[in-house]
Design a protein around this ligand. Structure first.
Ligand code: ADP
Ligand code: MG
Length: 401
């Protein structure tokens, strides 16, 4: 029997590990997915649009309440037992900070928590840009809410998980990862307005269309990614400052259309500031591409979706300058593979993954092309992994046993 969307075999393994680790039978199970982002990159912190979807890589857990004030966690994917005091939760620079942070935020919001033992099992690759961190936070949040009988609307739960990552873990993250892990819907993408937090489920019937999505992890992650990310944020702020004399109403690049940007440039707004102009051009055209992709999905026009992915990549590479040769090689290999509709860098950049839209029957050919060509084009410096992904529902929790 499956529970909370966790299949029977996995639930059995988790239950056995929980009994062995904690000497108790679990009473609840929770599952929260990782995600892809179809399009909308570096738009979130500019108050813009993103289009993520939840994937069949997730964090599954089982849990049992215990007397006292301890939160104990074991992950089948990490070393050691975390044995935490609910009344003295502090960041430890460890994997369990993501869970402790959620508990700390619930307590800070005035909720009462009792002791809980949790056993976790993740299938989202860690640090590959598929958001294993939000999957962990959201699954733990669901478990804590259910175990303690709390009343917490989904939207507040997602925001609370984001606060946990920002304030407890100390990662300057947007809201996309937590929102999609909570609100994901099978065979749908989520059109998310990062300013209003309004969401709209957009049909993404890949299988019906004979299509698939594949994530390709480049195996490279450059150490300077964090510094570059902060620089891009500053460059966007600079672009807004340069535009404001002409467009006083704007708070953010979200408020600028591609036509307005071009008019301002023609009027000299970016004289001597070509870099800020190009950064802004990426953001405003990317927002427009997200909207175009949503319209194309609603019309079943997959060719336009694929073209938008390629255009997004070119913009990230040339205007935003967050790609690297390894990622460009993966997109080029995709382009050369028959049956591929579109491909682009996914995530912050300077390594990480690509997302590729392709015919389902082209998957083996794409995987083979990556295996053969990527080592050759990167001089064997890195190894790439291809993950086909299915689009699934958001987080669930259920009582078991
Ligand atoms: P991403 O979210 O892109 O996968 P992050 O750096 O944001 O990358 O989060 C990855 C971190 O989340 C891991 O280093 C680990 O600390 C934690 N984590 C995620 N899933 C698990 C898991 N199943 N078990 C233990 N830790 C996990
Ligand atoms: Mg993360």
């Amino acid at each position: 029997m499956s529970s909370a969307g966790i299949d029977a075999g996995r639930l059995e393994r988790l239950t056995a590990a929980h009994r062995e680790g904690f000497g108790a039978a679990p009473t609840l199970a929770a599952r929260a997915p990782g995600r892809i982002n179809l399009i909308g990159e570096h738009t979130d912190y500019n108050d813009g649009f993103v289009l993520p979807a939840a994937i069949d890589r997730d964090l599954a857990l089982v849990a049992s309440p215990r007397d006292g004030r301890r939160l104990r966690l074991r992950s089948l994917n990490a070393e050691g037992l975390a044995d935490l005091d609910l009344d003295a939760l502090r960041p430890a620079g460890a994997w369990h900070d993501y869970a402790a942070g959620v508990a700390a935020q619930l307590l800070a919001a005035g909720h009462r928590l009792g002791g809980l033992d949790l056993t976790l099992d993740g299938t989202v690759p860690l640090g590959a840009g598929l958001s294993s961190s939000a999957a962990l936070e959201v699954a733990v949040a669901r478990a804590l809410v259910a175990a303690n009988g709390l009343d917490l609307p989904d939207r507040d739960l997602a925001l609370l998980c984001q606060r946990a990552e920002r304030e407890f873990v100390g990662a300057n993250v947007g809201i996309m990862d937590q929102f999609i892990s909570v609100f994901g819907r099978r065979d749908h993408a989520l059109f998310l307005d990062c300013r209003s937090l309004a969401t709209e489920a957009v049909p993404l019937p890949l299988a019906d269309a004979g299509l698939a999505l594949a994530v390709c992890d480049s195996g490279v992650k450059h150490a300077h990614a964090g510094g570059e990310y902060n620089r891009r944020r500053e460059e966007c702020a600079e672009a807004v400052a340069l535009l404001r004399p002409r467009l006083p109403r704007i708070a953010n690049l979200r408020d600028v259309t591609p036509a307005e940007l071009e008019e301002a440039r023609a009027a000299g707004a970016f004289a001597g500031h070509d870099l800020a102009y190009r950064r802004a051009r990426h953001v405003v055209t990317e927002d427009a591409r997200v909207e175009r992709t949503v319209a194309a999905l609603r019309a079943g026009d997959w060719g336009t979706v694929g073209a938008a992915l390629y255009a997004s990549h070119a913009s990230l590479r040339d205007d935003y300058e967050v790609s690297v040769p390894e990622i460009d090689a993966l997109v080029m290999i995709a382009r050369e593979t028959p049956g591929v509709l579109g491909s682009r860098l996914m995530g912050g950049g300077f390594g990480g993954s690509t997302i590729t839209l392709l015919r389902r029957d082209a998957l083996p050919g794409f995987a083979a092309a990556v295996a053969a060509e990527y080592p050759r084009r990167t001089a064997g410096a890195a190894e790439a992994t291809v993950y086909p992904v299915e689009i699934v529902d958001g987080a669930r929790v259920a009582t078991i046993g």
